[in-house]
Each structure stands twice: as C-alpha cells, then as structure tokens.
Design a protein around this ligand. Structure first.
Ligand code: NDP
Length: 247
C-alpha cells in the first residue's frame, strides 16, 4: 500500500529524540514531505548517523538537546530557523524495575526526561510558534499509560502525565491556533523494546490483534496525519497506534 502523500513545504518542525527509533522515522517522513526539520537529540553519535543518513535533505538541522536541561532547551529555541509550526515531543527513556526494586534515582530520571522534559521543551518553544499559521503539538505517550504495566511505575506515571498535559494544552491553546494531541504507540520495534527479552516480545506480538509488533513507520504515519491540515479538528485526542492491543 502506498503511503498517504502529505505536503509540509514551508513548515518548520522540531522533533526531540529524533536521531533514533521512532523519532528518526518521524523526521525522515517529514523531510520526505518537504518540511524543514530540526532533529534535537541527546546522543551525539546518533545525531552524526542522522546527519549522514538524512543529510541529502537540505532542510535537515541536527542539534544536541537535553530535554531535562532548561538552558539546553533555550539554546534549541534560539537556533530554530524562523517560526515553528510543529513540535513533536518524542524523547524518552526507560528504567524498568518493579516498585520494590526501583531506586529513587531511576524514578526521578524517567520523570525528568519523559514528563518534565515535555514541559521544558514546550514551554520554551511556545513563543517560537508562528502567530499567523496553524500550530501542532504532538506528544509521544504510550499505551501503558492507559492500563499500567508491570515494572514501569516511573514510565507509566510520566506518560499518564503527558496525556494530562496534552489535554490541558488542547484547552488552553485551542483558540490560539494550536492543536495538542498525543500518540499512544503499542510495542514498536526500536532499541527501547530491544532491551526486552526475546520471549517477552514474541509473547507480546502474539497478543496483538493484527499479529505483529508495530513499525516506526506506523507511528510516523499517524504523526504526519495529526500534523496535517486534515487533522485541524482533532484536539486533545490520544491516538492509539497499537494494532488493537488496547481496546
Ligand atoms: P529510542 O530509545 O530508540 O530513541 C529515543 C531517543 O531519545 C534517543 O536518541 C535518546 O538518546 C533520546 N533521548 C533520551 N533522553 C533524552 C534527553 N534527555 N534529551 C533529548 N533526547 C533524549 O526510543 P523509541 O524510539 O523507542 O521511543 C520514542 C518515544 O516513543 C519515547 O517517548 C517512548 O517512550 C515512546 N514509546 C516507544 C514505544 C516503543 O515500543 N518503542 C512504545 C510506546 C511509547 P539516547 O540514546 O542517548 O538516550
């Protein structure tokens, strides 16, 4: 099946955690659709690979960012070329342990990156959005925020918080030309899920009604749709992209 064709020429996109996994694929899709894309990521090695693999797109900019560091977010804002139209808050980490075994540091790290990081970036970039054009905030949540998950107190708390912020921004910013939506991916094949044992992943795939784990392109397609003009009346939604795992 050929993908839906979107046109994001003259649109300025920022993707956090955009140098690997889902974020990388989202960046590639936006670039292919003509957007100017700033990939902002923690990992210099991954940014280097991104610049090499996507460098033929002249509208790519790859910059270092630590979403937990507000000065780093300000530097990101200062470096954005022109007005911003689309922000994809995608950076995230896992530090999985059962509640009994989880250290305070593991809890704090995940909250700092996956929840406070989304606040830091959005708050800092808010004034960079184009006052004259439609504006999009897309936050990467997770289906585990909808039903809880063994070993993920920190991660589930952060992602549930992201959904709460998404809905709050949908209310606060809707009349200012923004939509704010979240995507709740199911289990997607990236390095984040590669950290899980093979048997667990096979067991998960078997439980998905469509019979497979998700691909990064499944999430990128949803992201481009939510960013498009076709989605201008979708606001405050949590779009599950999980093959029907959570219904
Ligand atoms: P990856 O680990 O493949 O990529 C995440 C990227 O974010 C990495 O390049 C990582 O850099 C970067 N990053 C981590 N911390 C920071 C930081 N403080 N500031 C800036 N960038 C940072 O993850 P995925 O592609 O799998 O996940 C992307 C998003 O989707 C995450 O929010 C995740 O929670 C969510 N998600 C993923 C699912 C999955 O099955 N894969 C399912 C549901 C949700 P580094 O490698 O240096 O840490």
């Amino acid at each position: 099946m050929s993908p839906i064709k979107f046109n994001f020429e003259n649109k300025n996109v920022v993707i956090t955690g955009g140098a690997q996994g889902i974020g990388f694929e989202v960046a590639k899709h936006f670039l292919q659709a003509g957007a100017t894309v700033t990939v902002a990521d923690f990992s210099p090695a991954a940014l280097e690979i991104t610049s090499r693999e996507l460098g033929h797109f002249k509208t790519l900019k790859a910059v270092t960012l630590d979403v937990t560091n507000r000065k780093s977010c300000t530097d990101l804002a200062d470096g954005i070329p022109g007005n911003l139209h689309i922000l994809v808050n995608n950076a995230g980490i896992t530090r999985d342990k059962s509640l009994v075994k989880m250290s305070d540091d593991e809890f704090d790290q995940v909250i700092a990156t996956n929840l406070t990081g989304v606040y830091n970036v959005t708050k800092t970039l808010l004034s960079k959005f184009d006052p004259q054009a439609p504006k999009r905030i897309i936050n990467m949540a997770s289906i585990v925020a909808l039903y809880g998950n063994f070993g993920q107190t920190n991660y589930v708390a952060a992602k549930a918080g992201v959904i709460g912020m998404t809905k709050t921004w949908a209310r606060e910013l809707g009349k200012k030309g923004f939509t704010s939506n979240a995507i709740a991916p199911g289990f997607i094949a990236t390095k984040m899920t590669q950290a899980m044992p093979k048997e667990v992943l096979e067991g998960l795939a078997a439980k998905v009604p469509v019979g497979r784990l998700g691909a990064t392109s499944d999430i990128a397609a949803a992201c481009l749709f939510l960013a498009s003009d076709s989605a201008s009346y979708i606001n405050g939604a949590v779009l599950s992209v999980d093959g029907g795992l959570v219904m």
